[in-house]
Design a protein around this ligand. Structure first.
Ligand code: FAD
Ligand code: SF4
Length: 514
């Protein structure tokens, strides 16, 4: 290939739909943008049908918008790409067909894809340049200011630095309201009569995308009966954000940990898909919430807006830092040496445990569960049961509309399964059924008794919680945040402890039928 640029191919991946990227400042006649539905992205894990359809629809809408602005765009459907085993193979074909000798790409957020592209461009004959996605608060380079491989990091410390660095919710050099974190005010159970708003859903026709997936034999999970309700273009993403600030934000802080069978997203924003595909930027999401707070301070309250900003400026950037500092070794971490199998009911929601039935059932129906359902219900249960983190990762990565490895894996393997040995969280997020009872209305309608520690009808979370402490008390004996739990376990008399171990063994043997 000559290094004289004739035409440049610019690749846009499905999670790089950033309309404000500097690439698009100018319409260039020597540039063709490639957006492609790739078989390799459908098969590295089995995805929820709404997730795959959502990506295809959002990619198509983005391609149309670019074309309408005068950019040259090649949108390749599965019909065109299915014969190619890998992305590089397809790129070689497109470039040779189009007489293109230069390749440009935005650095993928996933290790797998970043390595695949950087290995390919390192080969002789590929003239390439990589770019930032211009999406996150912290650039790739700036992550190195905060994160080190193998080192445990804590959100609170990082979050404060981020507030200072980006001057968010600050006054006179300190936090607005004199406090960095209002988390303690954010753990309320839902009051009985509270009205739960209907989530704003869109009416996106996904039939063609679904037919394409079917005709190419792509296996998916979950349901899509009718139009797709998730936002698939920037206008819809902005409407969702506006609606959140208007109707949900005032209650977000107080009830962000609450769970109920009366609703599936409560006061959550459901902007993670729009954020992770980059239809929305984290800066504009934080700005919108802060603007709403400034306009309606009495209605929204500082605790609500701080709690929301913390998720995005804090957690989301933190999780990304952990991922890039520790990949690829992170993907093999299994600190607690869990070897068990994921119960079948994770795939069909058929369980007698009311909390699990709700969390899994709504995940299958909407490709969504909120944070506490993911962490303290499905994640907690897998951790207590001792499921291998590879299986837990695959489930979360496939199931959720927002699941992309950089954000899914540290949340799952790290925060939820403690398989990283504490790089994300200082202790495992475990609880008995008591926590779920406190934060939800599930236990009242459950086949199991949340008050029982052993016996056939005892809540499985209880049995497995005490068994977890038994199995891991030596490992966590020096962890100050675990001391109280271990002490409580040690107070249980010896006979009951033997019964707990036996009951846990029996539960594991019946794991698929609980
Ligand atoms: P809200 O509760 O309204 O929060 C607003 C935003 O804050 C979210 O959209 C998200 O962008 C951000 N946020 C909140 N918590 C986190 C967090 N822990 N890490 C990163 N961002 C956060 N989030 C994903 O985006 N993709 C995943 O694959 C994913 N997997 C998870 C797996 C497990 C086991 C757990 C415990 C959490 C996971 N999360 C993941 C984090 C969180 O649950 C989701 O971001 C959130 O539920 C998305 O819904 P929402 O937009 O309504 O969030
Ligand atoms: Fe979940 Fe246990 Fe409550 Fe049933 S009793 S809903 S299994 S916590």
């Amino acid at each position: 290939m000559s290094d004289q640029p004739t035409k440049v191919l610019r690749l846009i991946l499905g999670d790089q739909l950033n309309a404000s990227h500097s690439w698009f400042d100018q319409v260039r006649s020597d540039v063709v943008y490639l957006i492609a539905e790739l078989m390799q992205e459908q098969t590295y894990v089995r995805h929820h049908i709404q997730k795959t359809a959502g990506f295809f629809l959002a990619m198509e809408a983005f391609a149309k918008d670019l074309a309408a602005q005068g950019h040259e765009v090649h949108y390749a459907t599965l019909d065109e790409t299915a014969g190619f085993e890998s992305l590089p193979e397809f790129l070689v074909d497109v470039m040779s067909r189009g007489g293109i000798n230069h390749f440009e790409y935005q650095r993928p957020d996933e290790f797998r894809l970043r390595k695949q592209l950087s290995d390919w461009v390192a080969q002789d004959g590929v003239i390439a340049r990589d770019f930032s996605t211009e999406h996150f608060f912290l650039s790739d380079e700036a992550l190195g200011d905060y994160f080190y491989s193998g080192k445990a990091h804590r959100l609170e410390h990082f979050y404060r630095k981020m507030r200072e660095r980006f001057d968010v919710l600050m006054e006179e050099g300190g936090p607005l309201g004199g406090q960095w974190n209002f988390d303690a005010e954010n753990r309320k159970r839902l009051p009985k009569g509270i009205e739960i708003p209907e989530p704003l859903m869109f009416c996106n026709d996904a039939e063609d995308a679904v037919n394409r997936l079917k005709s190419h034999g792509v296996e998916t999970l979950g349901a899509l009966d009718g139009p797709l309700g998730w936002p698939v273009n920037r206008a819809q993403a902005l409407s969702l954000l506006t609606d959140f600030c208007l109707r949900m934000l005032p209650f977000f802080g107080s009830y962000q940990d609450a769970m109920t069978h009366r609703g599936w997203s409560l006061f959550h924003a459901r902007v993670s898909f729009a954020l992770n595909t980059k239809m929305l930027s984290p800066q504009e999401v934080c700005d919108a919430a802060i603007r709403a707070y400034n306009e309606r301070p009495d209605e929204i309250g500082l605790a609500a807006v701080e709690g929301f900003v913390r998720q995005i400026l804090g957690w989301r950037e933190f999780i990304r830092g952990i991922y890039w500092a520790n990949m690829p070794e992170y993907a093999d971490r299994n600190e607690l040496e869990a070897q068990g199998e994921l119960p079948h009911f994770y795939w069909d929601g058929q369980t007698k445990m009311a909390c699990m039935e709700q969390a899994i059932g709504q995940s299958l129906e909407f490709a969504y569960a909120h944070h506490i359902q993911r962490l303290m219900v499905t994640g907690n249960f897998a951790l207590l049961l001792g499921v291998h983190p590879d299986q837990v990762d695959a489930w979360y990565l496939g199931m959720y509309i927002d699941a992309i490895e950089w954000v899914e894996m540290p949340n799952t393997r790290g925060m939820s399964q403690h398989a990283d040995g504490g790089l994300v969280g200082s202790k495992p997020y475990i609880s008995s059924g008591r926590y779920i009872e406190r934060m939800s209305d599930h236990c009242r309608g459950c086949a199991y008794k949340v008050s029982a520690r052993v016996g056939d009808s005892a809540c499985p979370f209880n049995v497995l919680y005490w068994d977890f402490l038994d199995r891991n008390s030596a490992r966590f004996a020096k962890n100050p945040r675990m001391r109280m739990m271990i002490k409580n376990y040690e107070r249980i008399d010896a006979d009951e402890r033997v019964a707990i171990t036996a009951a846990a063994k029996s539960l594991r043997a019946r794991r698929h039928e609980l």
